[in-house]
Design a protein around this ligand. Structure first.
Ligand code: AMP
Ligand code: GLY
Length: 423
């Protein structure tokens, strides 16, 4: 089978690493990919939202399955584009149609879905410029900290958590009236603050059946001790020690089942991954958000723990036969440590040569923001390389990742040395 994978990050390199282990694969294409995917697959210079070029490529190269890594093409309707085109309709697409992708594309849609189906989440109300003053009154009824969320996609920056009521009111106005996040903040969801510890749950579904993949915990802040600005993610571990069997049973019964049943009840077709951002409060899970894709860098620890042929799993998703497969999970822990460009998540330089990756033997280097240029591997993004290792526990896995991380270099390289510090 020929497969096209869309995306260019560490998530996609990891998926590619897993896909090329399948005997069912003939050719793997990655659009646009990075220097890591170029080592194991064929990169294709097409952007994920250039649907016409994707169509031509798919038809010219007998692609039978398209796996969509990031949310953007899904929210823009790539799956619908395939279904509505007679030449493409038979091709399996991994990732929901536009309606399902709204679970990530609109916070308000996601909150309404959770309320309708009894999925535990923070209490909330949503506001527009016309109801700004009701928003102020609602803020006054809450205790700090105040959680303000732009309804639409805002490149991971649309959530503000503020301690001061006046600051919260000012930010609400700036989001609604001054369009701080453009159209994405034309509606703002104000939520009750949830105090607990976060983790991520991943579900693969064909819309009827589901498999719960290994859970993971990622570290979002740039600074050690979880300080400083939010990033895409600086490291991750799986499994998560505090997500014991009892807790994961609650997650399945209270969250996963109502979510899958809710999709069915609402006639929302869904074939792909659901990433459920959870918070553990006492011993109970609540949902912070849904994403309609895998997480990054969570994929770098979740996918290496899946023992099944991932192509078998994904074919079952496209056929609606996921119930026929038993998921097999590696008992070992996996940990990943992300090296980033100096200055990230604010301004940073690109094009720095990366050397020493060939010295890594105990870990798997997954490329995130990298590019091949004039025979060299150079940095091409904020997050550059994720180093994943296995171990009998997360400490052993982390130690290996840290040793391997010291073996390669590029100008301005930074990584957090305290991943797992809070466990
Ligand atoms: P989101 O984009 O919805 O994942 O929010 C970004 C981050 O904000 C989350 O990963 C949490 O750390 C934090 N957050 C979001 N909603 C809440 C909430 N209701 N209470 C506490 N923290 C939250
Ligand atoms: N690591 C968080 C995300 O992928 O959104």
């Amino acid at each position: 089978m020929n497969i096209l994978l869309i995306g260019a990050g560490g998530r996609e390199h990891t998926l590619a690493w897993k896909i090329v282990q399948s005997p069912k694969l003939s050719n793997l294409y990655v659009a646009p990919g990075n220097a890591g995917t170029a080592l194991i697959a064929q990169n294709v210079n097409i952007a994920g939202d250039d649907f016409t070029s994707i169509k031509n490529f798919v038809l010219d190269n007998d692609v039978e399955m398209v796996i969509v890594g990031p949310e953007d093409p899904l929210v823009k309707g790539i799956h619908d584009f395939f279904i509505n085109d007679s030449e493409l309709a038979h091709i399996g697409v991994i990732g929901p149609q536009k309606l399902g992708a709204t679970l990530e594309g609109s916070k308000q849609f996601a909150k309404e879905f959770m309320m309708r189906h009894g999925v535990p989440t923070a209490a909330y109300e949503s506001f527009t410029a016309d109801t700004l003053h009701k928003g102020y009154t609602f803020l006054e009824s809450l205790k700090p900290p105040y959680v303000l969320k732009a309804d639409g996609l805002a490149a991971g920056k649309g959530v503000l958590i503020l301690n001061d009521i006046e600051e919260a009111k000012n930010q609400l106005k700036s989001m609604l009236v001054d369009q701080k996040f453009g159209q994405a903040s034309a509606t703002v969801v104000i939520e009750e603050f949830l105090d607990g510890i976060e983790l991520s749950c991943f579900v693969l579904t064909d819309g009827v059946n589901y498999k719960i993949l290994p859970e993971a915990k990622d570290y979002k802040r740039i600074g050690e001790g979880d300080t400083g600005l939010n990033t895409g993610g600086m490291g991750a571990i799986s499994p998560v020690p505090f997500a014991d069997a009892d807790f994961m049973h609650k997650v399945e019964e209270r969250i996963v089942k109502p979510t899958i049943n809710g999709l069915k009840k609402d006639n929302i077709p869904y074939r792909g991954f659901i990433f459920i951002g959870l918070i553990k409060i006492g011993n109970d899970p609540k949902v912070i958000e849904y994403n309609v894709r895998m997480g990054d860098p969570e994929t770098e620890v979740v996918v290496p723990r899946i023992k099944n042929d991932i192509v078998d799993l994904l074919i079952a998703v496209t056929k609606g036969t996921l119930n026929e497969i038993d998921l097999e999970i590696d008992d070992r822990s996996a940990a990943t440590v992300m090296s980033v460009s100096g200055g990230y998540p604010e301004a940073y330089e690109k094009g720095k040569e990366i050397t020493g990756l060939d010295k890594i033997t105990e870990s798997i280097p997954f490329h995130a923001g990298t590019l091949n240029k004039a025979g060299k591997t150079v940095t091409n993004g904020g997050r550059v390389i994720a180093i994943t290792s296995y171990g009998s526990n997360y400490n052993e896995a982390l130690n290996k990742s840290y040793k391997s991380t010291e073996l390669f270099s590029f100008e301005g390289k930074y990584y957090r040395k305290d991943i797992g510090f809070d466990l």
